[in-house]
Write a protein that binds this ligand. Structure first.
Ligand SMILES: Cc1cn([C@H]2C[C@H](O)[C@@H](COP(=O)(O)OP(=O)(O)OP(=O)(O)O)O2)c(=O)[nH]c1=O
Length: 198
């Protein structure tokens, strides 16, 4: 397999763009705009792995005529509580109800990562899980956090990297997995494609 030294990030997420920049490898952004619906009986692992692959595959299909000498990276993040999957809230009311169910408890954040070799089409898919414990929160604190606007485009209606840091008590596992791109896992995957980060 030909070693590559460039990345294509199949994502509109500004957080993922910032995180991938930290690898100091040349990268470009090609948003995937895929339908994020999944069958209701899929497990959290199946959802994040399936959607990460769907995002990377959509960009690969779009570019494959050019056989880009780059690894295409797709990623997806969800929150799971009591077997229930929480994606991005559709409005502020749903954000309040998500945070009401998460406060004072421990939930799991799943992120799937898919890498596709732009020349050969070889594919790797992995995921990571991080446990996050949220502080107990009053209704007025939840409403005030939702009013900040931060929960809107975040799985589980919070952002640990922002004001959401003030409502998280502790985490167990990879922090960057919660933000949406587990950098350490991604690096291991890239090395399998011959992309050396260090
Ligand atoms: C839990 C949590 C999620 N998130 C974000 C990461 C993801 O951007 C978002 C989950 O939505 P995703 O569907 O994974 O990603 P996206 O639609 O934002 O971007 P794209 O599909 O184009 O890659 O939630 C945080 O930023 N901080 C957090 O603490």
């Amino acid at each position: 397999m030909k070693p590559l030294n460039q990345l294509i990030l199949a994502s509109t997420s500004p957080r993922r763009q910032e995180l991938i920049a930290s690898l100091q490898i040349p990268f470009t952004i090609v948003p995937s705009h895929v339908d994020e619906d999944t069958p209701s009986d899929w497990t959290p692992e199946q959802v994040v792995r399936g959607l990460a692959l769907r995002k990377a595959q959509a960009v690969f299909d779009q570019l494959k005529g050019d056989r880009p000498e780059a690894v295409i990276v797709g990623s997806d993040t969800i929150v799971e509580l009591d077997g229930r999957i929480l994606g991005k809230p559709k409005d502020d009311n749903e954000a309040v109800s998500m945070l009401t169910s998460l406060q004072g408890r421990t939930h799991r954040v799943f992120t799937g990562v898919a890498c596709i070799h732009g020349v050969t089409g070889d594919t790797l898919v992995e995921h990571r899980v991080t446990s996050v414990t949220m502080k107990p929160l009053s209704h007025s604190k939840i409403v005030s956090y939702v009013k900040s606007g931060e929960p809107r485009d975040k799985a589980g209606a919070y952002a640990i990297q922002g004001l959401g840091a003030t409502i998280v008590e502790s985490i167990e596992g990879c922090y960057f997995n919660v933000v949406g791109l587990p950098i350490s896992l991604l690096t291991d995957m890239l090395e399998k494609f011959g992309v050396q980060v260090l």
